[in-house]
Design a protein around this ligand. Structure first.
Ligand SMILES: Cc1ncc(COP(=O)(O)O)c(C=O)c1O
Length: 954
């Protein structure tokens, strides 16, 4: 083994293992397996044109040089991004900790109690700061949260409003320009009309359904919206408020003046700017709208033993499950960043947050006073952190600009020449004096010297928050670093992540997130940069993004790439909007039918609905393949209106359908475009590509195929890659020139979640062309090895023409339900007793488990998983034959907690040992599940989504 090659660290099986695995599968060589799996007509003829893989050491040198090309200035631009201090205890124990960053979305509640608690804390923090009763556990960013608010208000229209066609959403002109940009994108396909104006002059009319205002607004002004809100609501409309969590420590929160929805970014709660992201948006609303709330809600419930336990609440209301009836397509959100923001609130507590807010306010106030003394005028009357400054006639904006750049500072410049300054928690006396130096020198005045910040003042009484916040115990318990680190560790111990065992979630590609790929994330050269700094301060980022776009274009066979979308579903939406725009540009704007196979992930039809398309479902045949005759018939039936076909390849059934090129031809012949969902790209890289199969556009999930970790449900990055004819429609941005000129923005930040692109960049650079292709082959090998070893007991539902699976497979479990009344859920829960996370449950076929091992798992780990699945199969057989009780058995009672197993009383029909140590290796390495099986129905009936004292849940 070449010890310095990264590929040998990324890939699990060793050479000898591979030989043995091939024997079990029944092929002579890896190439033979690949030939049997990937249809010849779509194989690439040439290797990828990418550089050779770097060693980890070489990559470090490269990325360090790139980092040094970014210049970290003090930035006072504001506009939704602020410098912040990530407490080191959070940085080290969460952001840099693979238990937190490699775990999956907490669908399997029993082994996710730690991150569920962290997200419940986030929700509670949001409810407390906004004074709203219900919050979700994060959205993608502020702009898309605004769009979600608009959609939610639209779907909450009364019957009469619907009947009357009320379609106007009022938007105050002083919201962030990027928020408006995203609203424009998202309004148009649904027929929503945006009415942009000054809220003071606006009067709700019959055709309004909602209004959106920002508090404090884009000028930094704190307006009183109470009267406006009341007047709008009296007309039967809803009001959504964009806000700043830190400001709400001082200002009367929107929940106290009647808002229906409150949303914004939680970035300044300890999550760095990262050149735009990732950051977690928050979204809070009234209790009565809980079923319409986009995203996930963490709720409190109990386990079978009556013990307090958390889980995702009201899961069936998760919008994308409703497919084309959905009002949101959000799936992956920003869980890791929400966790960090929640922890920031816990570490600082109410008094700390208030002190930070007061300090920020007082610095802004001091600057306003001193700058005014120099002859400037403050434009905004009531401020929090931001002051807008009008320059005297003799001072030029350019003077301010070059003087500030000379002192390595960035200010905001308004179109009318005024200057904005937004203060953050990092601003200190030295910074204040530098800012004043700029304004004094530009005005030709002596430079004042400030020695202290008088932080004794608060905002005016009429806008001042009177209510207490962050009252729950968790926000006052962990002030010392020791206590905080132990709390984080306590939560972490309750969760299964990739550092515990393989997570074989089909369609999720839980591969290695290598430490070398992750390390640069913590460097200030990447995380300390505001997305609106002049480009010459972010040259490292631009070099990296240019190269990454080129590499992703090469991998997909496409012409260009937009890095803007923040998740797979966001990529789907962006891609469909690009297709829509393409049709419009050809005078085919009426083309609005999206053909989508029945096996598609729920986000596909949900995204199509968001993009204003009509979803037509194409059935699959008994082999799991898309029914090509049906596809042809539907394509012809809708040929005058056909916009696109959305296809996942290899299919969500885990199969490389050989008719894929024919399918693409059918669509093109009928005037449609082919959109490929890239969730399964891990089976393609280096062997085939979306362009080769005939697609026009795809999204990639960098958080699956390209090594960005799942973070317990985000961050995600869903770039879209397009053929030449679609390049001109890629999303632009209203504030920064991001190199594209097409549709309006689909995310707040010009380049999306730029900071985590470093991970994908490292992955591609270290694997290189050969390593990437090798990774794909081994992913297919690992899946076929598991399939070969489990097919006799479980049965593999679908295979390709030669009997092979792609990089994942669906294990049949329905016969076990019939024979022994043991469901796929029971198997999932029993897997926890063996220390494993369940595979994907009941998607895309009900009553099955979908397994995707990825290339990163070693043969030893695959064997451990297979042995476990076979041991579970034997346990099911015992139930079937009557050797075990039909109800009181290890499967239906799983998972078994230490508390259950050590109780004085043991009344079960099987032994404690059988429950706890069914296989020998468990004695060495046992994961103790913290709670028994969670009662979902109870939790949904008794909905609690904040961390109140235990008594309140009774
Ligand atoms: C096939 C498929 N498409 C789309 C998505 C949505 O991607 P995301 O969760 O990043 O929004 C998923 C997510 O698991 C998926 O498996």
């Amino acid at each position: 083994m070449a010890i310095d090659k990264f590929v040998s660290r990324h890939i699990g099986p060793r050479e000898d293992d591979i030989k043995e695995m091939l024997k079990v599968i029944g092929v002579q060589s890896l190439d033979e397996l690949i030939d049997q799996t990937v249809p010849a007509n779509i194989r690439l003829k040439k290797p990828l044109n990418l550089s050779n893989g770097l060693t980890e050491r070489e990559y470090f040198r490269k990325i360090l040089k790139i980092a040094q090309k970014n210049k970290v200035f003090n930035t006072y631009i504001g506009m939704g991004w602020y410098d912040t201090i990530t407490p080191s205890v959070i940085l080290r124990n969460i952001l840099e900790n693979p238990v937190w960053y490699t775990s999956y979305t907490p669908y399997q509640a029993e082994i996710s109690q730690g991150r569920l608690e962290a997200l419940l804390n986030f929700q509670t923090m949001v409810c407390e700061m906004t004074a709203m009763p219900l919050a979700n556990s994060s959205l993608l960013d502020e702009g898309t949260a605004a769009a979600e608010a608009m959609h939610m208000m639209y779907s909450l229209r009364s019957r009469a409003q619907e009947k009357a066609g009320a379609n106007v959403c009022f938007v105050d002109e002083l919201i962030w320009p990027q928020t408006l940009d995203v609203l424009i994108t998202r309004a148009e396909p649904l027929g929503i009309e945006l009415k942009v104006g000054n809220f003071k002059d606006a009067v709700a009319t019959e055709n309004w359904f909602g209004a959106i205002v920002q508090y404090p607004n884009s000028n930094g002004e704190i307006e009183d919206y109470a009267g406006f809100t009341k007047a709008v609501q009296e007309k039967g409309c809803k009001v959504a408020v964009a806000t700043d969590l830190l400001a709400l420590a001082l200002l009367t929160p929107p929940g106290e003046w009647g808002a229906d929805i409150v949303f914004g970014s939680s970035q300044r709660f300890g999550v760095s700017m990262g050149y735009g992201g990732p950051i977690a948006a928050f979204f809070a609303t009234r209790d009565e709208y809980k079923r319409d709330l986009p995203g996930r809600i963490i709720g409190v419930s109990k386990d079978v033993n009556g013990k307090h336990a958390l889980r995702l609440a009201l899961q069936t209301r998760e919008q994308h499950i409703k497919r084309d009836k959905a009002t949101s397509n959000i799936c992956t959100a920003q869980a890791l960043l929400a966790t960090m923001a929640g922890m920031y609130a816990i570490y600082h507590g109410p008094e700390g947050i208030k002190a930070i807010a007061e300090r920020v306010y007082n610095i802004a106030r001091l600057l306003a006073r001193e700058i005014t003394k120099l002859g400037y005028a403050q434009v905004n009357k009531k401020h929090f952190d931001t002051i807008r400054i009008d320059l005297p006639r003799h001072v030029k904006r350019e003077d301010i600009e070059w003087l500030s750049v000379d002192l390595e500072m960035n200010f905001r410049y308004f179109e009318n020449g005024q200057v904005g300054l937004s203060i953050d928690e990092t601003t200190n006396i030295e910074d204040i004096n530098w800012i004043l130096e700029v304004f004094a020198k530009a005005a030709n005045k002596p430079v004042p010297i400030i020695h202290s910040i008088a932080d004794d003042r608060s905002v005016d009484a009429d806008i001042k928050r009177q209510s207490k916040f962050l009252k729950q115990e968790v926000f006052s318990k962990y002030r010392s670093e020791t206590e905080m680190a132990r709390y984080i560790k306590r939560l972490e111990k309750k969760d299964i992540s990739l550092v515990h065992s393989m997570i074989s979630l089909g369609s999720c590609t839980m591969k290695l997130n290598a430490a070398t790929e992750m390390l640069p994330l913590s460097w200030i050269e990447f995380n300390g940069i505001h997305p609106y700094v002049p480009k010459n301060q972010a040259m490292g980022y631009h070099e990296l993004m240019e190269e990454l776009r080129r590499d992703l274009a090469e991998i997909t066979g496409f012409e260009d790439v937009s890095l803007q979308p923040n998740s797979g579903a966001a990529g789907e939406y962006a891609g469909l909007m690009v297709i829509r725009e393409y049709h419009k540009s050809r005078g085919d704007g009426h083309r609005n039918v999206a053909l989508i196979p029945s096996s598609a992930h729920g986000t596909n039809p949900a995204s199509a609905a968001m993009a204003g398309m009509k979803v037509v479902v194409v059935p699959c045949d008994e082999r799991g393949n898309i029914d090509i005759e049906a596809l042809k018939a539907k394509a012809e039936e809708y040929k005058n209106d056909l916009a696109c076909f959305m296809v996942t390849y290899p299919s969500t059934h885990g199969v490389f359908e050989s008719s894929i090129t024919e399918m693409c031809d059918i669509i093109h012949q009928n005037g449609g475009q082919v959109y490929m969902d890239g969730a399964n790209m891990n089976a393609q890289v280096g062997l085939t590509n979306p362009r080769r199969i005939g697609a026009d556009i795809c999204h990639l999930n960098l958080h699956k195929t390209f090594a960005i970790p799942h973070g317990g449900g985000g961050p995600g990055v869903g770039p879209i890659c397009v053929a030449k004819h679609l390049v001109e429609f890629l999303p632009a941005h209203s504030v920064m020139n991001n190199g594209h000129v097409g549709i309006h923005a689909v995310a707040s930040a010009p380049w999306g979640s730029a900071s985590v692109l470093t991970i994908t960049y490292g992955y591609i650079k270290m694997l290189g062309a050969d390593g990437l292709t090798e990774a794909t082959k081994i992913a297919i090998l690992n899946a076929n090895y598991i399939a070969a070893r489990l097919k006799d007991n479980y049965g593999v539902l679908y295979t390709g023409e030669n009997g092979r699976v792609g990089h994942e497979m669906i294990l049949e479990c329905r016969h076990l339900k019939t024979a022994a009344n043991i469901s796929e859920t029971d198997i999932s829960k029993r897997l926890m007793d063996y220390g494993f996370h369940a595979p994907t449950l009941s998607f895309p076929v009900h009553g099955t488990l979908m397994v995707e091992p990825t290339e990163s798992e070693s043969k030893e780990e695959l064997d451990r998983f297979v042995d476990t699945m076979n041991a579970i199969f034997d346990e099911i057989k015992e139930v079937e034959t009557g050797a075990a009780d039909a109800v009181d058995n290890v499967l239906m009672n799983a998972p078994h907690t230490a508390e259950m197993l050590t109780a004085n009383e043991w009344t079960h029909a099987y032994s404690r040992e059988k429950a706890a140590y069914p296989l020998e290796w468990l004695r060495e390495n046992k994961f103790w599940v913290p709670v028994g099986r969670v009662d979902n129905a109870w939790g949904d009936r008794n909905l609690f989504c904040t961390c109140e004292p235990l008594e309140s849940y009774k």
